[in-house]
Design a protein around this ligand. Structure first.
Ligand code: IMP
Ligand code: MG
Length: 394
């Protein structure tokens, strides 16, 4: 029977989901991405080397694990080409373990072009990877899915969609289709493409890897300052075509503080010394865009919402080590977005400090779910599991 555990971001992305997935991936046959695209930047350390994955699931560093890019994703063939070449340079042969849902949609050069010629993305502060335009075409029912590459007139379809958008912005110079785009398409033709629900029914243990976070969900997030996909539990069901009964653990990932890249409300945002501390010690710079991330205190009001709407069963806490050495730590516990109410807790010098344990208990009490995993640093081994989820004991 198919069993799916899920790793979801509970904040505005960059919670460290990739790291959590890498830490537990060897317990699963498959790690599957279900939404988003190369707007994601999942930072992992492989044999001491920093690697950023954009579309390939974070299970790729485990030789026994298969990786699915599911139907809910928008896939950029050029980025995939580059990513696979990067993995090859690390000595991996990833192609044999990558599977692509044939209903995933393609990000074409015209979608990246649209992010530059149309002013819409600017006010949101998007990653300019063509995510919004590709999902817009998908929902307008004129997009191209991965399966379309098998059709004899695929090239004509690409040109027609490009011409459609070019006509909307006649003052701009036309879209360029480089050789790398067509190399990317050739790569896709060589990779294994699958009907997601059929293929997944061959397995019993699957880990669904979220990207971005709950507060960036197209419906549930801080609209319009959101991404264009379902980053929440709903995205798992639609993006992988799995039934709700298949879902088992829902691991919600949160940092011990909050960050946000791009525009939009951020009630617990701070500036000054502590913000700079978080930015530098936490290396809070966008892994896809290189932008400095906005930083703030942990927001338990937003987290309570995220835990509730996703049905989170337990939490994974990341980057508490970044707070080591601060005399006190604040957490928002109440109040409207415009006037957040904080609790001030004693800081900790190390993660074995009793005041860190107090912080954990405080979070658990406020959110009503246990902290199951704690990431203590960037490497795979920097990972502690405190309590074992119910299904693992039964
Ligand atoms: P888009 O996903 O590129 O359309 O960007 C929409 C919003 O989501 C912007 O505020 C981005 O900064 C944010 N965003 C998209 N992907 C990520 C991510 O992986 N981490 C953090 N923020 C993201
Ligand atoms: Mg990221």
């Amino acid at each position: 029977m198919l069993r799916v555990d899920v790793v979801l971001g509970l904040q505005w992305g960059d919670e460290g989901k990739g790291k959590v997935v890498d830490a537990i991936a060897d317990r699963y046959a498959v790690v599957a991405r279900f939404q988003g695209g190369p707007n994601a930047g999942h930072t992992l350390y492989h044999k001491g080397q920093k690697v950023v994955l954009h579309q390939v699931p974070s299970g790729i560093f485990h030789p026994e694990v298969l990786c699915l890019i599911g139907d809910g994703v928008v896939l950029d063939p050029e980025v995939l080409l580059e990513e696979i070449e990067g993995l090859r340079r690390l000595g991996l042969s990833p192609e044999a373990r990558i599977f692509i849902g044939e209903r995933a949609h393609l990000i074409l050069p015209v979608h990246r072009w649209l992010e530059n010629v149309s002013p819409e993305g600017e006010k949101i502060g998007t990653t300019k990877r063509g995510i919004g335009p590709a999902y817009a075409d998908r929902y307008a029912r004129r997009g191209l899915c991965v399966k379309a590459i098998e059709e004899a007139d695929f090239e004509r379809q690409v040109k027609a969609l490009t011409a459609y958008h070019e006509a909307r912005f006649p003052k701009h110079s036309p879209v360029k289709y480089s050789d790398t785009f067509w190399e990317g398409i050739a790569l896709l033709r060589n990779l294994k493409r699958v009907a997601t629900h059929e293929w997944l029914s061959n397995f019993s243990e699957v880990l669904a890897e979220g990207s971005q976070g709950t507060m960036l969900d197209i419906f549930a997030g801080t609209y319009p300052y959101v991404t264009s996909s379902h980053t929440t539990i709903a995205g798992v069901l639609s993006g992988l075509s799995v039934p709700p009964q298949a879902i088992r653990e829902i691991y919600g990932v949160t940092k011990a503080y909050t960050t946000r890249v791009g525009e939009g409300p951020f009630p617990t945002e701070i500036e000054g010394e502590v913000a700079e501390w978080l930015q530098s010690r936490g290396q809070e710079r966008g892994s896809t865009t290189g932008r400095l991330r906005r930083c703030g205190w942990l927001d338990l009001v937003a987290l309570r919402y995220a835990v509730k709407i996703n049905g989170v069963t337990c939490l994974a806490l990341t980057k508490a080590d970044v707070l080591c050495g601060l005399p006190e730590v604040k957490v928002r516990i109440d109040g409207p977005d415009t006037a957040p109410v904080y609790s001030t807790l004693p800081g900790w010098h190390s993660l074995t400090d009793p005041s860190f344990n107090h912080f954990l208990q405080f979070i658990e009490q406020e959110l009503g779910v246990p902290v199951w995993g704690i990431s203590t640093g960037p490497e795979r081994r920097d990972w502690i599991e405190r309590s074992i989820p119910a299904h693992k004991t039964s």
